[in-house]
Design a binder for this molecule. Sequence first.
Ligand code: CTP
Ligand code: MG
Length: 235
Amino acid sequence: MGDAPLTAVIVPAAGRGERLGPGAPKALRTLAGQPILLHAVRNLATARDVDVIVVAVPEEAVEESRALLAGIEMPITIVSGGDTRQDSVARALLALPPEVDVVLVHDAARPLVPAEVVDRVAAAVRGGAEAVIPTLGVVDTIKEVDGEGVVRATLDRSRLHAVQTPQGFARDLLQRAHAASDGGDATDDAGMVERMGATVHVVPGHEEAFKITRPLDLVLAEAILVRRRASGGVG
Ligand code: CTP
Ligand code: MG
């Protein structure tokens, strides 16, 4: 059917990876011998409910990224990202095919996300939720601290969730949220649709969907890949 509704994943991958230290843009740094971006997109392509992928990379990395992802069996569009994550997502939204009605947004910096998390989020949006995010409980006690280094409040940990990606949305809602906050620099798409008054639903995330941010995160990611390979999985 030419106009069957499709699910797309937008992959913001245009960040510099400053907290990882000097080097190539984060998505192009290697993890167990292959770029983080390749791990991420290959993983997304194995999810059941993903039809197309749009990746936003640094302008100078567009050609290299196209070659890198050429072997993956899935329609993949590469666009040049912007100065903020929000801008990168906005640029990728412009490249979506018209048949797409559900959009997931997934950080390239979370390359080891299990396909089950992607499918859980996609299924919840397909099932009628307008916005869905995967979360985990927080393990540390979280305190609110003022500018003088004095604790103002201890938050009730049982009500706090750490948020991961992919975050899933009805396409129209996500596009309206981006149009309404053009030029902002939200680090999370769900926050933008919350400001539109939308209801954001939570589904269980996964430890292995963690974000590679600092050097120690690379050590953890490599260890997870070693364990997956030893148990016969693919990397
Ligand atoms: N991102 C993007 N465009 C930007 C900034 C970030 O597409 N202008 C993407 C990153 O590539 C990453 C995701 O948004 O996949 C989450 O961002 P973050 O973890 O902060 O990555 P970086 O911005 O690359 O890292 P840092 O903040 O340490 O520089
Ligand atoms: Mg960043």
